[in-house]
Design a protein around this ligand. Structure first.
Ligand SMILES: C[S@@+](CC[C@H](N)C(=O)[O-])C[C@H]1O[C@@H](n2cnc3c(N)ncnc32)[C@H](O)[C@@H]1O
Length: 243
């Protein structure tokens, strides 16, 4: 289109409009927060723990996690067809921990990355009533909204913390740091992890041995490591926060 051929009465307001809006758009672009590019310094990480590359921002990481967790069809399955089977398996694990004196009916307990809360329901079923979960997506009343990199709880709140989502942590040192912050002294943390093969595409890190966990849990002692068969995860690791 030849602009010179446009009648002046159309062109003039158009140019005037552009002239007025440009400074406004420039101002807006300065106000809009930019996604920070993620620079994760991995040289201080234990060699048996690798952060998966490719997340350009924390928002992108959250978006990937939410993509699956918010899927309405999957949520329907998790809360119906899957429910009883998963609560049964979790109950079995928690009963076992009670027998080993690592979990008690009076333990104030947290499940980290609990999705729709099957593990919380299992804790309640085995008698640990003061239990709650956190996830990026809440599922009340069992699961509250919370990012495990910044747990929404005060220091020294819980006697017991359970998680089978260590592999979803983009910042494993924050994941563990938050557990150690919110556990009471002498409190117990149980992690179910996968060591023998790589987890799925939603994982943000890969763990190749228990060693990195021992290094990350700076204020705790390793109590037990045992093989398990827990929804694709193969190892149960138990830490106790120092007194
Ligand atoms: C593999 S699912 C496990 C769900 C549940 N523990 C189970 O076994 O049924 C991983 C969960 O971690 C949650 N998640 C991922 N990143 C998270 C974060 N930064 N903070 C809290 N939850 C997160 C996801 O939303 C998802 O529900």
């Amino acid at each position: 289109m030849d602009l010179q051929k446009l009648p002046l009465f159309i062109l003039k307001p158009f140019i005037f409009f552009i002239f007025l809006t440009l400074p406004f758009l420039a101002f807006l672009s300065l106000q809009t927060p930019r996604n920070k590019t993620i620079t994760i310094t991995t040289e201080n990480l234990p060699s048996d723990l690798k952060i998966r590359p490719g997340y350009s921002s924390y928002d992108q990481y959250l978006h990937r996690q939410l993509n699956k967790t918010l899927n309405p069809k999957l949520r329907q399955i998790w809360t119906t067809r899957d429910w009883t089977r998963k609560v049964n398996v979790f109950s079995h694990f928690f009963e076992n921990l009670k027998q080993r004196q690592l979990l008690f009916n009076g333990s104030k307990s947290l499940c980290i990355g609990a999705r729709v809360g099957q593990e919380v329901a299992a804790l309640k079923r085995v008698g640990v009533h003061d239990s709650v979960g956190i996830d990026l997506v809440p599922y009340p009343p069992l699961v509250l909204k919370g990012d495990f990199h910044h747990q929404p709880f005060d220091d020294e709140t819980f006697d017991f913390e359970f998680s089978n989502v260590f592999d979803h942590a983009l910042y494993p040192w924050k994941f563990v740091g938050e557990i150690e912050r919110t556990l009471k002294r002498g409190g117990v943390c149980v992690l179910h992890v996968l060591l023998s093969r790589r987890a799925d595409k939603y994982s943000a890190n890969d763990l190749y041995s228990v060693k990195p966990l021992e290094e990350l849990f700076k204020n705790s002692e390793l109590v037990e490591v045992r093989s398990i068969d827990g929804f694709g995860l193969d190892t149960e690791v138990v830490f106790r926060k120092n007194n």
